[in-house]
Design a protein around this ligand. Structure first.
Ligand code: FAD
Ligand code: DHB
Length: 391
C-alpha cells in the first residue's frame, strides 16, 4: 500500500493533521496502535489556546467545541493565603482560552475522520520506519495479527513520547534535551460542580494544587505528590482534605466535595528532540517534545506543529516548493522552547521541591508578589498562557 503522508499515531496531533490534509485534498493514512475506546477515554489535557481553537475551526472540527466549550478570560493564582486574578483579554489584546477536554477533541476528530476522511486504522502498531533519507520511506506495522507495510512520500511521527518514529532519525543526528522533576501530578475527576469560575493554581507549603473543570457538573483537580505515589494510598477523604489545605485562602471560599470517578498519577518531565525533521520523516507533538503540564501547553504545541506542517505539505503538493518543509523544524522549535521555558517557570514557581530551602520559598513568594504587583509581569504570564499567535 502507498500513500502521500503516512501518519503514525491517532492522538490529537495525528488526527488534526489528517483532517487538515484531507480538507486540502492530500491523501494520508493514520495508523494507531490502540483501539478507539482507549484513545477516546484517555484523560489528559483540558485547556485549549486561542490558536488551537482557530486550527480546529479551520479544520471544520469545532462545532461541539463552540457549543459546549467553556470560554475562560482568566486564571487565579493563590499563595500565602492570598488570591490574585489574571485577566487575559486586557493583557493580551483580547486572547482567551477554552476549557474543552482532550477526550472531546479526539472524539470529534475521530467521528469526522470515520464519517468522511482518509483511512484511520485502530489496532495498527508501527514497529519500524525505514528509509527516512530515501524518496519512499516505509512504515512497518502489525494489524489484525498480520505484518504489513505502508510506503509513503512523507512519514509523520505523531506517536507521542513513547513512540517509535523518533528512532528513524539516526542517533548521530538526533539530540535530546531533558529535565526530570522530583514530583508527579495526582489527577482526579469528580462529579461535583467546580468550586470556582476559573482555574485556580495554588502554591502552598504542602505543595502545588490545581482546580480545573470539565463541565459545569464535573471538576478536575490535581495535587503535587512525590514520584512513585500509588493512588491506592489516597482514599477520597485524604484527597479532599489535602486539596482543602492547599487551596486555603482568606475569605469564605469553600471547596465542594463529590464522588471521585477517576484517579491517576503522572510523572512530570521536559524533553525536546531536535531536529524535528530528517529527510522525509517529520516529528510532531509529544513525539518530539513534552512539557510539564503546569502551563497547559502540551496539546497546544502538538496542534501548532501540525498546523505548520500541514501548510508545508500543502505548499509542496501545490507548488513543488519544499521551502516550508525545510524550515519546519526551526519554525516549530522556536515555539517549543518558549513553551518549555514557560512550563518550567510555572512549575518551579508553584511546586515545592523536596530539597527546597526557606530561601527558595522566599524567591517563589517574591515572584508571585511581583506578578500581582506589576502589569508587565502579569502580561508576560498572560501572553504565554494564552499562547503566541502562529507564525
Ligand atoms: P499523544 O496524545 O500521546 O498521541 C500519540 C498516539 O500515538 C497515541 O494515541 C498512541 O497510542 C499512538 N502510538 C504510540 N506508539 C505507536 C505506535 N508504535 N504505532 C502506532 N501508534 C502509536 N496539554 C495541554 O495543552 N493542556 C493541558 O491542560 C494538558 N494537561 C495535561 C494533563 C495531563 C495529566 C497529561 C498527562 C498531559 C497533559 N497535557 C496537556 C499534554 C497533552 O495531553 C499531550 O501533549 C498531547 O496528548 C499530545 O498529543 P500527541 O497527539 O502529540 O500525542
Ligand atoms: C488542566 C491541565 C493542566 O495541565 C493545566 O495546566 C490546566 C488544566 C486540565 O486537565 O483541566
Amino acid at each position: 500500500m502507498h500513500t502521500t503522508v503516512g501518519i503514525i499515531g491517532g492522538g490529537p496531533a495525528g488526527l488534526l493533521l489528517a483532517r487538515l490534509l484531507y480538507r486540502a485534498g492530500i491523501d494520508c493514512v493514520v495508523l494507531e496502535s490502540q483501539d478507539r475506546t482507549y484513545v477516546e477515554q484517555r484523560q489528559r489535557a483540558g485547556i485549549l489556546e486561542q490558536a488551537t481553537v482557530d486550527a480546529l475551526r479551520e479544520a471544520g472540527a469545532a462545532r461541539r467545541l463552540d457549543a459546549e466549550g467553556l470560554v475562560h478570560d482568566g486564571i487565579e493564582l493563590r499563595w500565602d493565603g492570598r488570591a490574585h486574578r489574571i485577566d487575559f483579554p486586557s493583557l493580551t489584546g483580547g486572547r482567551r482560552v477554552w476549557v474543552y477536554a482532550q477526550t472531546e477533541v479526539v472524539k470529534d476528530l475521530i467521528a469526522l475522520q470515520l464519517a468522511d476522511g482518509s483511512p484511520l486504522h485502530f489496532g495498527a502498531r508501527v514497529t519500524a520506519v525505514e528509509g527516512a533519507d530515501t524518496d519512499r520511506p516505509t512504515v512497518h506495522y502489525t494489524h489484525e495479527g498480520r505484518n504489513a507495510e505502508l510506503t509513503c512520500d512523507y512519514v509523520v511521527g505523531c506517536d507521542g513520547f513513547h513512540g517509535v518514529t523518533r528512532t528513524a532519525v539516526p542517533a548521530d543526528v538526533r539530540r535530546t534535551y531533558e529535565r526530570t522533576y522530583p514530583y508527579s501530578w495526582f489527577g482526579i475527576l469528580a462529579d461535583v460542580p467546580p468550586s470556582c469560575d476559573e482555574l485556580v493554581y495554588a502554591h502552598s507549603p504542602r505543595g502545588f494544587a490545581l482546580h480545573s473543570m470539565r463541565s459545569p457538573e464535573v471538576s478536575r483537580l490535581y495535587l503535587q505528590v512525590p514520584n512513585g505515589t500509588d493512588p491506592a494510598d489516597w482514599p477520597d477523604t485524604r484527597i479532599w482534605d489535602e486539596l482543602d489545605a492547599r487551596f486555603a485562602v482568606e475569605g469564605d471560599w469553600k471547596l465542594r466535595r463529590g464522588p471521585i470517578t477517576s484517579k491517576s498519577v503522572v510523572p512530570i518531565r521536559s524533553s525536546v528532540t531536535e531536529p524535528m525533521r530528517y529527510g522525509r520523516v517529520l516529528l510532531a507533538g509529544d513525539a518530539a517534545h513534552i512539557v510539564p503540564p503546569t502551563g497547559a501547553k502540551g496539546l497546544n504545541l502538538a496542534a501548532a506543529d501540525v498546523v505548520v506542517l500541514a501548510r508545508a505539505l500543502v505548499r509542496k503538493q501545490r507548488t513543488g516548493s519544499a521551502d516550508l518543509l525545510d524550515s519546519y523544524s526551526d519554525t516549530c522549535l522556536r515555539r517549543v522552547w518558549r513553551a518549555e521555558h514557560f512550563s518550567y517557570f510555572m512549575t518551579t514557581t508553584l511546586h515545592t521541591d523536596p530539597e527546597q530551602t526557606g530561601f527558595d520559598t522566599r524567591l517563589q513568594i517574591s515572584q508571585l508578589d511581583r506578578i500581582a504587583a506589576s502589569p508587565h509581569a502579569e502580561a508576560e504570564l498572560a501572553q504565554n498562557y494564552t499562547g503566541l499567535p502562529l507564525p
